[in-house]
Design a protein around this ligand. Structure first.
Ligand SMILES: *[C@@H]1O[C@H](CO)[C@@H](O)[C@H](O)[C@H]1NC(C)=O
Ligand SMILES: *[C@@H]1O[C@H](CO)[C@@H](O)[C@H](O)[C@H]1NC(C)=O
Ligand SMILES: *[C@@H]1O[C@H](CO)[C@@H](O)[C@H](O)[C@H]1NC(C)=O
Ligand SMILES: *[C@@H]1O[C@H](CO)[C@@H](O)[C@H](O)[C@H]1NC(C)=O
Ligand SMILES: *[C@@H]1O[C@H](CO)[C@@H](O)[C@H](O)[C@H]1NC(C)=O
Ligand SMILES: *[C@@H]1O[C@H](CO)[C@@H](O)[C@H](O)[C@H]1NC(C)=O
Ligand SMILES: *[C@@H]1O[C@H](CO)[C@@H](O)[C@H](O)[C@H]1NC(C)=O
Ligand SMILES: *[C@@H]1O[C@H](CO)[C@@H](O)[C@H](O)[C@H]1NC(C)=O
Ligand SMILES: *[C@@H]1O[C@H](CO)[C@@H](O)[C@H](O)[C@H]1NC(C)=O
Ligand SMILES: *[C@@H]1O[C@H](CO)[C@@H](O)[C@H](O)[C@H]1NC(C)=O
Ligand SMILES: *[C@@H]1O[C@H](CO)[C@@H](O)[C@H](O)[C@H]1NC(C)=O
Ligand SMILES: *[C@@H]1O[C@H](CO)[C@@H](O)[C@H](O)[C@H]1NC(C)=O
Length: 595
């Protein structure tokens, strides 16, 4: 290209262009010391950045939980109610390594991002019934950071490559230059138990800085790897309470809700066979021939294979054994689906690339305007491969790690526990979830074994799912829903939350929950969707998911329910690896990872 511009001007504009790819440190953060001596730095987020209503306040920033560890949080006041008396609900996503902005923007926050990149109101926001705080953890995930450094993401490994300064070299310009958290494994967590202290500190900092939103009894909602996180973090909160730490606030849980959780690998690895082979899923999707079916069965139950190795891991609890077991189960059992079917692991109805839920929010969080408004120090990444791999090296994914016992303890402490599952998800599927629920109930919810499934009634008069509930313990199956339930079934998700927080039955919301409450119905949830919503052609990238028909609606976005990820190279490139296991990036791209 021939340019007629003077060299000096060219250089100047070149420098400026390069510089604008990096995040300018946020200005004018308010700093306060919260409970337990934890400092938070935050901004009051203007209306229009996610929440559209100027009367509903929102704050975002960091809790400085330890030297070199800054945890990002984003708080939204409840709508339609007095936020100084509304309940407080925490939301975190899983991974390990996944950002909680996934939940905020794709699932249950006050806004969705449409195809034009604009924030539009989500009428089904969980903030309709509760104050909400979304937390990116552990350090390095999402907008959390240790120290901000210039760099780009290696397209093969997903790892950060640091740059010497704020200039994006030409060879990297397509590789996502920006400001990222410096990667240091000792400044984050590598297993579930070690995530708990910084979650506790983040809540201490936030509640101390905002006493009007602080509560003794709080609610914890999470998803996917949250089946590991929530039970163990809850246990830690109770341990902290028992210590009577001076200057600390008691954090007692009242309600725990877990969507498509990963609890017990021994049960849930077997459930991959159950969901795709026997007894199969309710979409009549029976994809494998007998050879592959036999192969998966043998990979599970053959001598020394996935089942045996997982038992060994959970008996001896040695990192190397658990890592090897998890790799084996992943490669030989779980991953058969990806190898043979090219379908979305998180929603059996769609081929890859699946446009649902749309990923438009990633670019939104990577604009200077939004970064400045929420006080972000780093560019946004949906999933952190390094954190995922750190967990991989301890085999945390293959460890049951006390999740079932911790849920039993919560129930014994009068905390309500709701395990809900979208029934089109393969990754953390509901068939495995049901077996986990029976284990939890065996000692902690005696009425559950004789409780049965009944339809959930909602204000739209449509049956979106069924519940089996005994006292404070509930198992919920949501129809026509992938892994991220509040995206696919927003109305029943919101009404479920509302009923749980109000201590009412999930089925109708009309009966007060007593220890003797029990649903009466069949022990098996027999409803079958059939194959009408299974897609055999690629769904267009700009399709909209219609929650009434549970089908893609063709055409481009108007305002309202979000938009597609069409046309954006960066988004199209992204695989959907991020919800339970971020480290799949490395495995998929490099074909296995170092032990
Ligand atoms: C800084 O924050 C204070 C208090 O929140 C506000 O009054 C002031 O206008 C802000 N200044 C800038 C430059 O944003
Ligand atoms: C949630 O609250 C908003 C704002 O008050 C309201 O417009 C909307 O209808 C509510 N959503 C539901 C499902 O009730
Ligand atoms: C990082 O944020 C800046 C805005 O501050 C943006 O221009 C740049 O594109 C972002 N980088 C990535 C990889 O998204
Ligand atoms: C990582 O962080 C720890 C703890 O702050 C520090 O001691 C160590 O020097 C850091 N390592 C590197 C390579 O920066
Ligand atoms: C904490 O306080 C409670 C109630 O005041 C008391 O029963 C308990 O012994 C205290 N625990 C410790 C570790 O001091
Ligand atoms: C899963 O499949 C195995 C092997 O066929 C079977 O023994 C087990 O009962 C099934 N579990 C469920 C929950 O269907
Ligand atoms: C079974 O399916 C696999 C994968 O599609 C294929 O490679 C194999 O040839 C099939 N085997 C039989 C016996 O049809
Ligand atoms: C258990 O929790 C319910 C609902 O929060 C409450 O009404 C009840 O009093 C609690 N029972 C005990 C023994 O704490
Ligand atoms: C439950 O809902 C399903 C699906 O709408 C319906 O077919 C069935 O009749 C309902 N069962 C009862 C007992 O209402
Ligand atoms: C869907 O199911 C119907 C029977 O319910 C069957 O006739 C049809 O072949 C199935 N379609 C596909 C694509 O499997
Ligand atoms: C979804 O489909 C229903 C039924 O066909 C239709 O009435 C509704 O308008 C569609 N939703 C949107 C947002 O277009
Ligand atoms: C929507 O798109 C699908 C897949 O591209 C196509 O098969 C179907 O005919 C379209 N439906 C409408 C109503 O345009």
């Amino acid at each position: 290209m021939i340019s007629l511009l003077p060299t000096a001007l060219l250089l100047a504009s070149g420098v400026q262009l390069a510089f604008s790819q990096f995040v300018a440190p946020p200005k004018n953060l308010t700093s306060k010391t919260g409970y337990a001596g934890v400092t938070v730095r935050y901004k009051s987020v203007p209306a229009g950045i996610c929440e559209q209503d100027p009367d509903v306040k929102s704050y975002a920033g960091y809790a400085d939980v330890s030297p070199g560890q800054h945890i990002f949080w984003w708080f939204f006041e409840a709508r339609n109610m007095d936020p100084t008396t509304a309940p407080l609900t925490i939301w975190i996503n899983g991974g390990p390594g996944s950002s909680s902005m996934i939940g905020l923007f794709q699932e249950l926050g006050p806004c969705r991002i449409n195809l034009d990149g604009d924030a539009v109101n989500n009428p089904y926001s969980w903030s309709n019934v509760s104050n909400m705080i979304f937390i990116d953890q552990p350090t390095q995930v999402g907008l959390s950071y240790s120290s901000p450094v210039p760099g780009y993401e290696d397209p093969n490994s997903g790892y950060l490559v640091e740059l010497p300064g704020n200039t994006c070299p030409e060879y990297a310009s397509d590789w996502s230059c920006g400001t990222y958290s410096y990667w240091n494994e000792s400044l984050t967590a590598n297993n579930t138990p070690s995530t708990a202290p910084n979650m506790w500190k983040t809540l201490q900092g936030f509640m101390g800085a905002f006493p009007q939103y602080a509560r003794e009894g709080i609610n914890f909602a999470t998803e996917s790897y949250g089946g590991h996180y929530a039970p163990l973090m809850s246990e830690y909160f109770e341990e902290q309470n028992a210590k009577n730490i001076t200057g600390a606030h008691n954090i007692r849980l009242e309600h725990v809700l877990i969507g498509n959780g990963w609890y017990d690998p021994l049960i849930q690895y077997q459930a991959y066979y159950n969901f795709t082979v026997f007894p199969g899923n309710t979409y009549n999707y029976d994809p494998y021939n007998q050879t592959i079916k036999n192969q998966i069965y043998n990979s599970l139950y053959g001598h020394g294979n996935c089942y045996d190795q997982t038992v060994d891991c959970n008996t001896r609890k040695i990192d190397e054994i658990c890592t090897a077991a998890d790799n084996f189960c992943y490669q030989q059992v779980e991953n058969m689906y990806d190898i043979y079917l090219n379908r979305d692991e998180y929603d059996v109805r769609y081929l890859m690339p699946d446009p649902f839920p749309p990923t438009t929010y990633i670019d939104y969080l990577n604009t200077a305007r939004v970064q400045a408004a929420i006080g972000a120090y780093v560019n946004y990444t949906e999933s952190n491969a390094a954190v995922g791999n750190a967990f991989g090296a301890t085999g945390d994914d293959d460890r049951e790690i006390g999740t079932v016992a911790a849920l039993q303890t919560l129930l014994a402490q009068n905390v309500s526990v709701t395990m809900y599952f979208g029934d089109a998800d393969y990754n953390c599927n509901w068939l495995g979830g049901q077996v986990v629920a029976e284990h939890v109930a065996s000692t902690a919810a005696s009425g559950y074994s004789s409780a049965g499934f009944i339809n959930i009634s909602t204000s739209d008069g449509i049956v979106h799912g069924q519940v089996r509930q005994a006292g404070q313990f509930a198992f919920v199956r949501i129809f026509q829903s992938g892994h991220e339930v509040p995206f696919y079934q927003p109305l029943v998700s919101l009404e479920m939350l509302d009923r749980v927080l109000a201590d009412r039955d999930i089925a109708t919301g009309k009966a007060p929950l007593t220890p003797a409450y029990k649903t009466k119905g069949p022990l098996v949830s027999a409803y079958r969707e059939g194959n009408a919503t299974i897609q055999f052609d690629l769904t267009p990238a700009d399709a909209i998911y219609n929650v009434t028909t549970a089908m893609p609606q063709n055409g481009t976005s108007s305002s309202g329910g979000g938009g597609g990820g069409g046309g954006d190279k960066k988004l199209a490139k992204r695989a959907k690896y991020s919800l339970r296991r971020a480290r799949k990036i490395k495995r998929d791209k490099l074909g296995g990872w170092a032990k």
